[in-house]
Ligand binder design. Sequence first.
Ligand code: NOJ
Length: 584
Amino acid sequence: MTTAAATPNPSACALPWWKQTTVYQVYPRSFCDTNGDGIGDLRGVLSKLDVLAELGVETLWLTPFFDSPGRDLGYDVRDYRKIGAESGTFADLVELRQELSRRGMRLVFDLVLNHTSDQHPWFQQALLCPKSPERDYYLFRKGKGPRGDKPPNNWRSMIGPSGWQRDPTSGDYYFTSFLPFQPDLNHRNPAVTRNMLSIVRFFLEQGADGLRLDIFNALLKDPSFADNPFSFRPLPSEENPDGFFQQNLYTINHKDSIEFARTLRAFVDSVPEPEQPDGTLPRPGKERFLVGEVFGPPKLLRSYLGMPDDGLNLVFLFKTLRTPFSAEAFFDLIEEYEREFPAPLLPTWVLGNHDKPRYIERLGNDARRAKVLSTLQLCARGVPFVYQGEEIGMTNLDLPADSALDPLSNMYGFVPTELRRLLRKKGILLNRDECRTPMQWSMDENAGFAPPGTRPFLPVHPGFPFCNVEAQRKDPTSLFQHYKRLFALRRAFAALHGGSLALWHKTSVPKGVLAFTRQHEAQTVFVLLHFADDEAEVRLPFACEPLYSTHGSPLLPPSRRLRLRPFEAVLLTPIPGSLGTFAP
Ligand code: NOJ
């Protein structure tokens, strides 16, 4: 599969760890169930650490596992200081931290700042007692109209309908940016800021090396509560959150949310790291990272990173999800990210998550194409986020809308199945259960996700006998082995985890080929990606040694040429002393 003759440059790259890392997203609920309740748990994550370490991922991001009624499967938090009974205990978390630390791995928590569950004691108190201070923890407003039974303004939730919900007792309305049972917190109330920052401190004390910030760009709304203007856009996208015929002028990406990124960063940097599980002394601050879930054009998202870098450390960039599979489109995307996120800033590379359709479906479930795209993801400059199951090519599962656990699906229950499938191909997932099916570990019952005789909380994808970790670990040509090889190369080569990136000019490679150079000090890696189903010959600037090919050994005829096969991705390094003949 691989020929790695060249020795990695031993000079370690001086960047902070989080700039060099690779993140693997675990959706604990569907990762591994150890207690037989059909729901994945922290001990399940623990039990799979060896496989994850073998795969070579460096940082785990765990989606919320705190106490929640579970109506949005953890993103509706009832108690931020308590672990959900179905997920495990603090003792499990401590053990998880210890075991991660033993393997040199890091842990990222998911922090929901924008809203709580409507079962949170603050909200319960706010409903019960309109005069209580908790009432102002949320966005309550009087309704309009003579009877006060019209929403206070036209603000929509991010998912379509009006974001205003009526409290039947007082007749007032409260605002929800997402689902109706997730009331938005009032981040203009200093008591809310104080409370939420103390939760941030608590998360850091529990050993979080980083925080993923849920819908961070909805945090602060305009205090005028003025109507949002009309927009012609029917549907929002990752790049433009305007939609449902509304421009989100006063609700999304408000300048105060962007400013809050700096407050949060300063706070996180001021909290000393807790003692390490191995008893070593706390390290100074500034070692943790914040990654924001934000939507908008890359130019705007960049502003969350501060002036120039005193805000969030990273923002998710979802433009990859809608970029067509072509060398030209990804050339333009890399060019844009390099322009908008120049060093010391870094882009992120995301192909999917627990809300998005699994990317391999968009590629016709073709592992060759998936290898090309994941090579780009893991070799371009930036922090890659890999969603569990991507490394074995798990695909979406068609599930009936009427039995969905995802409340979003129920809200859009009227959309016919064919249209849902079509939307999924376009990157819109109405039933998020379809990308959250249990992780496929083996050919055993329940794909090894849960003990025999257990009924998993979501059905296992019937393709699991052919698509599972155990089988792919044994197959040198599998997607799992491909990811494993790339994680290892990325870790070994400072050029890949910390170097600069230069795109080769479009005219220096044949159509269908995208090539770029990664460079750190004297170390150079060339990455060549062939997006087409034909053969292509590339002239190399130097005589090269192969590091990796998705097709076995790369075809390197003499005279500085590389013959790329259909959908082949190749990594090369120049042979020292070989002189270049042209600058790509
Ligand atoms: C974004 C999360 O990724 C999603 O799963 C959740 O439903 C919403 N935010 C609301 O918290």
